[in-house]
Design a protein around this ligand. Structure first.
Ligand code: ZN
Length: 245
């Protein structure tokens, strides 16, 4: 198999506004995610792109050379250009994998691909999160025990306004009592999409070994499986002799 080409996209705004976030992620949240991927997938080619770059670092050529894109955003969803969003959507339909992280549930690209509001309930109180594996045979859960915990996280709770996931890999429980479908898979066109919940910017979640393992597993799972070929606009040639009788 060819080496997996992963682009880690980061909004890169909190890191410059908050001393606390900057202390946890001095080179940016995207850099920590990329570091985890490089460590766990040494044969992969991992690069980063941010909102502030021309075309948000995602011009057509870059997307064409991307097998899997990861997406973290929160404060600046509205600043993401619609042309870029359309381009990312088109690449997903062709077969590019997409991993949407944490507050990326409200990103333009995720809402467009889901077709729903993607709303949820939340509370930022630094609660313990326990992520249960609900699909132990799934490749995204490889190397994870029955559950793992994050000592401090933002709570996301149901109802999560997404289409019924085609596969669910994790369900989270929070100290305050809520539960949430925290690892969900969908297919759109030829592309695989995974939403993974943890990753609030004021906690060191992307330094956590289990979180890194899940994101790396998801990148391998979301690898394109063949290229989508759009049917021609011309009438299809018959596979067998066909007549208009
Ligand atoms: Zn958050």
């Amino acid at each position: 198999m060819n080496s997996l080409r992963i682009t880690v996209w980061g909004e890169n705004v909190h890191e410059h506004k908050s001393a606390k976030v900057n202390e946890i992620y001095p080179r940016g949240i995207h850099a920590a995610i990329a570091e985890g991927l490089r460590t766990l997938l040494p044969s992969a080619s991992v690069s980063t792109a941010t909102l502030q770059e021309p075309e948000h670092g995602l011009p057509a050529e870059r997307l064409r050379d991307t097998d899997v894109l990861t997406w973290w955003g929160h404060l600046a969803h509205d600043q993401v250009g619609d042309d870029v969003v359309r381009r990312v959507q088109a690449r997903v339909l062709e077969g590019m994998g997409l991993i949407v992280l944490h507050s990326g549930h409200y990103s333009k690209i995720f809402r467009r691909l889901m077709g729903t509001t993607c709303s949820l309930t939340w509370r930022d109180a630094g609660e313990r999160e326990r992520l249960w594996v609900c699909n132990p045979g799934h490749p995204i859960a490889r190397g994870i025990n029955r559950f793992f915990e994050l000592p401090m996280e933002e709570m996301y709770g149901e109802p999560f306004a997404v289409p019924a996931p085609e596969e669910e890999v994790f369900i989270s429980w929070f100290e305050g009592g809520e539960v949430f479908r925290s690892g969900c898979c969908w297919r759109r066109g030829n592309g695989s999409i995974f939403y993974f919940r943890p990753g609030h910017e004021t906690f060191p979640t992307y330094h956590d070994d289990n979180v890194r393992r899940v994101i790396a597993n998801a990148a391998e799972w979301a690898r394109p499986r063949g290229a989508w070929v759009d049917p021609s606009r011309d009438a299809a040639a018959p596979a067998e002799k066909a007549s208009r009788r």
